[in-house]
Unconditional design. Structure first.
Length: 217
C-alpha cells in the first residue's frame, strides 16, 4: 500500500469500528471540558473521570473556581498527578476567564493557548470537542499509531499532526482523532501491539515481522 492507501484503509476500518465515538472525558460544558482536558495530561481519562465529580461539586464554573484556594483544588486533583501545578493552573485560568473573557472559554487557539496550563494539544481538544472547529489533537496513542501505520515518521508530535492533516479530509479530523484513540486503547496499545499484532497493523504491513520501534511524543 501507498501512504494514501493506508490512510484510506485506516479511515474506512475505524468508521466501521467506531461510527460515533463519544468524548471520553465527562463534562457538561466548555469550561468543565477544558478543566478535564488539563487534568488528563500524563493521566488516564478513567482517573480524570473519577476525580472531576468532586472537583465540580466544589466549583463547576470559572467564577466559583476563581475563588477557591490552590490547596483546596490540589486536595481533590492530586490523584491526577502533576499537582499542585495543575491546581494552580485551574485556579489561575479561571480568574483569567472571569477577568478577561466574561467567564467564558474562548474559541480561538491563540486565546486558549494563552491560558495557564493550556498547550496546543489541550487547545486542540477544546476547539474540536467543545466548539466543533476542525482540529487534530495528537496524543501519545495517535503519535504511536500513526508511526506504526506508516502515516508519519514520528519526528515530533507537531510533525505527526501536520502529516495526518495532509492525509485526511478536514471534515473527518474531529471524529478521526477520537477513533484512533479508542482503537489504540482497545487494540493497539503500547504493550499489547508492537506493530505486528493488531488488525490494522497487520493489514497495512502484511509482510512486517519485526516490532516497530516508535518515537515517543
Amino acid at each position: 500500500m501507498t501512504k494514501k492507501e493506508r490512510a484510506n484503509f485506516v479511515s474506512g476500518r475505524l468508521n466501521e469500528l467506531y461510527p460515533n465515538p463519544p468524548i471520553p472525558l465527562d463534562h457538561k460544558d466548555e469550561y468543565t471540558l477544558l478543566v478535564a482536558v488539563l487534568l488528563s495530561a500524563q493521566c488516564t481519562d478513567v482517573r480524570v473521570n473519577k476525580t472531576t465529580p468532586a472537583l465540580f461539586a466544589l466549583a463547576d464554573e470559572p467564577e466559583k473556581m476563581a475563588k477557591q484556594s490552590v490547596a483546596s483544588i490540589d486536595a481533590i486533583v492530586r490523584p491526577c498527578g502533576l499537582a499542585p501545578r495543575k491546581a494552580t493552573a485551574i485556579r489561575d485560568l479561571s480568574r483569567i476567564l472571569v477577568d478577561e473573557h466574561e467567564g467564558r472559554v474562548p474559541d480561538s487557539f491563540e486565546e486558549l493557548e494563552a491560558l495557564p496550563g493550556v498547550g496546543h494539544k489541550t487547545a486542540s481538544v477544546v476547539m474540536t470537542q467543545a466548539f466543533g472547529h476542525p482540529a487534530f489533537p495528537v496524543d501519545t496513542h495517535i503519535h504511536r499509531l500513526a508511526q506504526r501505520w506508516g502515516l508519519t515518521n514520528g519526528k515530533s508530535v507537531t510533525q505527526t499532526e501536520i502529516d495526518l492533516k495532509s492525509l485526511f479530509a478536514e471534515e473527518t479530523w474531529n471524529r478521526l482523532h477520537l477513533q484512533i484513540i479508542y482503537y489504540g486503547r482497545e487494540h493497539c496499545s503500547a504493550r499489547g501491539c508492537d506493530g505486528t499484532v493488531c488488525e490494522i497493523c497487520r493489514d497495512c504491513y502484511p509482510k512486517r515481522r519485526k516490532p516497530v520501534v516508535t518515537k515517543k511524543a
